[in-house]
Each structure stands twice: as C-alpha cells, then as structure tokens.
Design a protein around this ligand. Structure first.
Ligand code: NAD
Length: 491
C-alpha cells in the first residue's frame, strides 16, 4: 500500500477547489472557522475549508428564498440550457472531478470516472425533463366546471448528502430541483465536501444565477440543520444517509409538516437460485458487493444462495476476491481503496468476528490491514448462521457473506427478513420464477440477473425503512413539484 504524499498534479487540482461557503453567489468564510478534509488512504490533510455556523445556514436559506421567485419564473428552456451546459462542462472536467473524488473519498479512479458519468447523467436527463412539465385540463363530470391541474415548483429546498458518492448524490438532488424551478441549500457530508464545492463552481460557470444553489460545509450538521428545517420558508427536505439520522430528520420535519424525500440505508439480498447462470451470478456479485469498496446503500449485503450451488459460488468468488489489489485509489490496477475512516474498518471487523464466532468460515481476507489509511482486506465468508449481526446490519465494507436456502419460499422469507427494502438482486434463468420474485421481494428496486441497477432514467428509492420518495426518472422531478388544482365555471 502506498503512503506517497499528495503529488504535484493533485495539489494543482486541490488549489482550484473553492474552500468557502457559497451564499447568494459569493464565496464566503464560515463563522465557525475552518476544518480539515483528509485523504482516507493516507490520513493526510487535503484542504481546510469553511466551517459554517447555524447563522451561516440561515443566511444560505435567506439567499435561496430571495432567489426563488425569479428562478421559478425563469423559462423552462433557460433552466434546461443551464443544466445542459453544466453537463457539457462536467464532461470537459471529468478527470478533475474523478481525481478529486478519489482523493477525498478513496474509491479507485476508474470507479470515480464511472461516478462522474453516472452523476452527470442526472444533469442531462433533467435538462430534458425541465421542458416537459405539464398539467391537465378538463370538465367536471357534471359539465358545470372547468378544472385546471398545474404543476408548480415546491419552493426552497434543503439537501443533506452522504460521503459515499460525493458527486452523484449532489447531482441526483440538485438537477431535478433546478429543472422544476426550485432553489436550494446543500450541505455535503463533512468527510467529502470538496466535490460539491467544485461542482457548485461548475454551476456558476454554467450560468446559474446567484442564490439558486447555496452550499454550506460544516462540522455542526445537527445544529446547522435544525433551524433550517424549522424555518417556515423552507418547503422541502431531501436527505440521503443513514436510517437513524433520517428518522431524526423526519421527526424534525413533522413539526412544520415539511415535504421530505429520504434515501436511507439498505440491506440488499443477493439471491442465487440453483437454476442461475453462475458466471453471470459471480460477475454480478463482484459488482454488487465490491463497487465503491462495498460502501453503497445498494451494496449486496446478504448472499442467499441455494445450498446445491453454494460451494461452487463461494469457491469461484474466493478466487476472484483473493486476487483483488488493495491500495490508494490513484494507483494503477487498484480495485479496493480504503474505507472512509477507522470506525468503518472496526465495524467491518466486528461484523466478521461475530459471524465467525457463530460458525461462519473464512474463505479469504477477514482482517484489517496495517499501515497508514483505513484499509480492510476484501473478504469472503460462508456458512453464515441465522442470527449473525452481518445479516441484519449494513456492512459498508468489502465483505461478502454467504448463507444458504433450500427452496423458493425460504429464499423469499430470508430476503424479506429485514427492516430495509432498498434493492434486491436475483439470479435465475427461470423467467416465471424471476417474475414471481419481482412480486414477492419487498424492495423498491430489483436487479434480475444484473448487479447494478442505478440509472438517471430510473426511479431510485426504497420501501420500508430504506426511505420515502424516488430520485431519477419521470418520478424524480415530481418530488420537486406541487400539484395545484383550479376550478372555474363553464361559460
Ligand atoms: P449519515 O447519516 O451519517 O450522514 C449523512 C449526512 O447527514 C451527512 O451529510 C452528515 O453530515 C449529515 N448528518 C449527520 N447527522 C445529522 C443530523 N443530526 N442532522 C443533520 N444532518 C446530519 O450517513 P453517511 O455515513 O454519510 O452515509 C452512509 C449511509 O447513507 C448509509 O446508511 C447508506 O446506506 C446511506 N445511503 C443511502 C443512499 C440511498 O440512495 N438510499 C445512497 C447513499 C448512501
């Protein structure tokens, strides 16, 4: 593993990243001073950026409120053109964004490039949706009234984003809000705020008017967010992060009956039937488990495999996983970067230790790696016993845990045995069985013989404690539109 200092090329990029708060079109200092952002592969400080106080947060909301009326009145074509320009600029600057994400979050550079492509698509998709907002018009059944149903922007929004997809979690919220005519305040995760700051500068470069997007970076997330959420001028809260924080925010939002969208935790089952194509299942498993170093809400958390194919599936995966290269995401041929911090390493280790103490077998890995940075060896364990913590909790690390089942009903029962319901993966060559699983698995999304489902054109979101609302697709823009009905007499 390398602990090379931040290279000159990296420093050059870091020097271009704004370090202030963006409020009303001006980069400003934070009233709470500054805080460091670190490279999780080395522990080195990459930059120091503004630390916003709760008062700064309210000033950001003031700016969003002040810009709301004019932005809502801006012709849809113009809003669309700005989003399209932002998409084009992102393509020009994709290498900068990819490297910055690798530096602050740790994912391998190839995956960071993939996130730029994925995150950018929300800008393009919603630039196209901005000009397709429409309503309906009709007579009442009695023929005495004319009904107009129109769509209006919800109003100023507050976004809280997580650290694991620093660009995509921002564009997935900001693009539909701007398309709908809403202004926003964004609070990125304190561990990975640099990408959002660079993206905010890109939006300015794309011609976005002052105050439409405001960014507050802070180490006081709770204290800053509470007064914003309590402010009656705020019309929408959209959060992506863990379920416990989401529950807290929903309770705060309830006071003002505030509209919320919640993209929360997951505990995805990955079900492999005895009729599955094992080549496809192994390829799908590698993607569903190890993308983003296992730190995705959509990461396969529980591999539920038919007993008759479990040994072969585990053996093939063990070969692939034990050959993975671990290191800093900037290094060539690295597939597994660092976890976000030492707490994440300790959590992965605790879950593996618990599973092993209940009888699981270690096929490869199962240990933290020594040296600088927060690294955990890519791991496969099988024969995981019912009741193990690893089957209930989000692992958020490169640990693949396999349990077995004997028949379809048992597979369904095990897959649904969780309070989460974000995504499931099913591998079967039996079409009728695939359709039955679509009906029976309690998740907002499903990958049938594929290991990644996200796409800007698709409605992303979960059921049960994985959240409320959808991001992306036709559904994504409706999260930022209010339906208004007007009645007028005929004649
Ligand atoms: P987190 O809940 O700890 O933090 C998310 C964001 O909330 C961060 O910006 C953080 O600063 C902020 N925050 C924390 N406490 C807060 C408070 N009291 N008030 C206001 N804001 C607060 O989650 P995380 O560790 O950053 O991200 C990982 C989690 O996010 C996982 O559970 C993962 O499944 C989930 N996630 C979900 C999706 C999805 O689309 N469903 C996508 C990515 C990540």
């Amino acid at each position: 593993m390398t602990t090379a200092p931040v290279a000159a090329r990296e420093q050059e990029l870091l020097d271009t990243v704004p370090t202030g708060l963006l409020i009303g079109g001006q980069w400003q200092d934070g009233a709470a001073g500054t805080f460091p952002v670190r490279d999780p592969a080395t522990g080195e400080v990459l930059a120091r950026i503004a630390d916003a106080s709760p008062e700064d947060g309210i000033r950001a909301l003031d700016a969003a409120v002040a810009a709301q009326e004019e932005w809502a009145a801006t012709p849809p074509r113009r809003r669309s053109d700005i989003l399209r320009r932002a998409f084009d600029l992102l393509q020009e600057r994709k290498e900068e964004f990819a490297l910055l994400m690798t530096l602050e979050m740790g994912k391998p550079l190839a995956e960071a490039r993939g996130e730029v492509a994925y995150g950018g698509e929300f800008l393009r998709w919603f630039s196209e949706e901005a000009v397709r907002i429409s309503g309906r018009y009709g007579l009442t059944p009695e023929g005495t009234g004319r009904m107009i149903v129109s769509q209006r922007p919800v109003g100023p929004c507050y976004f809280i984003t997580p650290w694991n997809f620093p660009l995509a979690m921002a564009t997935r919220k900001i693009a539909p809000a701007l398309a709908a005519g809403c202004t926003v305040v964004v609070k990125p995760a304190e561990l990975t705020p640099l990408t959002t700051l660079l993206f905010a500068q890109l939006l300015i470069d794309a011609g976005l008017p002052a105050g439409v997007v405001n960014v507050v970076t802070t180490t006081h997330s709770g204290a800053l967010s509470e007064p914003i959420i309590a402010d009656p001028r705020l019309r929408k809260l959209s959060f992506t992060g863990s379920t416990p924080v989401g529950q807290k925010l929903i309770a705060q939002a309830a006071q003002g009956v505030l509209r919320v969208s919640m993209e929360l935790g997951g505990n995805a089952p990955f079900v492999v039937f005895d009729d599955a194509d094992l080549d496809k299942a192994v390829d799908g498993a590698m993607l569903a488990k190890f993308r983003n170093i296992g730190q995705a809400c959509t990461a396969a958390n529980r591999f539920i495999v038919h007993a008759s194919v479990a040994e072969e599936f585990a053996a093939r995966l063990t070969d692939r996983v034990s050959a993975m290269n671990v290191g800093r995401g900037t290094d060539d041929d690295v597939q597994i970067g660092p976890l976000i911090d030492d707490r994440a390493v300790a959590k992965a280790d605790e879950l593996v230790t618990d599973a092993v103490s209940r009888g699981a077998r270690v096929r490869t890995g199962a240990r933290a790696l020594d040296g600088a940075g927060s690294f955990y060896a890519p791991t496969v364990i099988d024969r995981v016993a019912a009741g193990s913590d690893i089957l209930r909790e989000e692992i958020f690390g490169p640990v693949l845990a396999i349990a077995t089942f004997d028949d379809e009903d048992e597979a369904v029962r095990l897959a649904n045995d969780t309070e989460y319901g974000l995504v499931s993966y099913v591998f079967t060559e039996d079409l009728a069985r695939g359709h039955r699983m679509i009906d029976r698995l309690e998740t907002g999304m499903m990958g049938l013989n594929v290991g990644v489902v996200s796409n800007a054109a698709a409605p992303f979101g979960g059921v049960k404690q994985s959240g409320v609302g959808r991001e992306g697709g036709l559904e994504g823009i409706h999260e930022f539109l209010e339906t208004k009905y007007t009645l007028l007499p005929v004649g």
